[in-house]
Design a protein around this ligand. Sequence first.
Ligand SMILES: [Fe+2]
Length: 420
Amino acid sequence: MKLEDIMSKMSESTTASKALKCITAATEYGLFQDIIPFQDVIEGPGSSTRTVDLLKANKGSKALIVTDAMLVKLGVINPMLEAMDNANFPYAIFDGVEPNPSIENIEACFDTYINNGCNCIVAFGGGSSMDCAKVVACRVAKPNMPVIKMSRLMGYFPVTLTGDAKKVPFLAAVPTTAGTGAESTVAAVVSNHAIDKKVTITDIAMRPKAVILDASLAAGLPPRPTAETAIDAFCHCLEGYLNKSHNPRTDEYAIRGMRLIKENIEAAVNDGKNLTARQNLTNAAYFGGQVLNFEMTGYVHPFCHKIGAKYSLVHGRCIGAVLPIILEEYGKDVEKRLAKAGVLIGISDPYASESEQAKQIIAWIRDFDAKYGIAATIPEINEADFEEIADSIMLENIVYPTVTVFTREQIYSILKKIKG
Ligand SMILES: [Fe+2]
């Protein structure tokens, strides 16, 4: 039976279908804005040294620091650790986070938390460390629910709906790249290697309680990952802005985020130690995360999640290639909003027609890719995998308030363009 047939059967009467429809409707009407908890935010170069103050203020007595080995080796984490040492604040370190953490990887991190008697968590790193720490925090509240179980039914609400949100330990997020916005979002992406797929786990209780936006931590990031993370953040802002769920509050985050990226990317790539440009990109990524929370993503991310997992590709590279192709496929459905965004960000000519303005922002994305070495296509995609990839995209997109719904044939045609 084809996925379309299964989805059509689901839509007839099942509880799962009704639940998914409620989530989609709630997103479209912006209802999540009132239930997603606020975060404490500290920003500025050097602010990671203040993490310990947040832990103390929230009754932390021993922290698990969730990070990757490279950040420890390079010493990026040292200022934060030195501040914790100076304050005699105990901690354990899990520095084994893998890129796109697997279920097994997250379980190992959870074991470290339990075995060391921790009662709070610091996520220090890129999106992978954030996602790992967020799922571990939920795992603490649900000790009998392994990650594999959380990842079923598209991962929705394993903690809050069962009344266990208060058991989630205090989690502070210290991002070291400016891209995923994972420090702000209520979701985590987990790799399930058994099915070659990235699975999203979502619960408002997994949102970090505090965020430290310290641009000095990204000062050593080379130009390519700087650009790849920036285009990812740009995409979060733009996809949300174009979705049916857009609203004035989050539109502001989206436009501010995209404008900061447009105005600062060149300076950050040319001089990684330009902390003003870095801080602006870090803040932009945070705005992108806020947009994801309230407006969700469009079709670009379902394509990139599956393609990235299937062929082990960097997320930002996939985004750079897929974003302009999807925008062109949306066509008239997004022209007005795309044109408006282009003008407000300062990319599109305010005196051009809407159609021209929309084309100008797509052209700017292609120029961005070319300028910073992001390939325009993904030749690694295998045509024999189209059916499997389309299944994943159609399933993931069920809950996203996109402006249109692509048919399977359209998805195949888009995949051909992405493959190049
Ligand atoms: Fe993304």
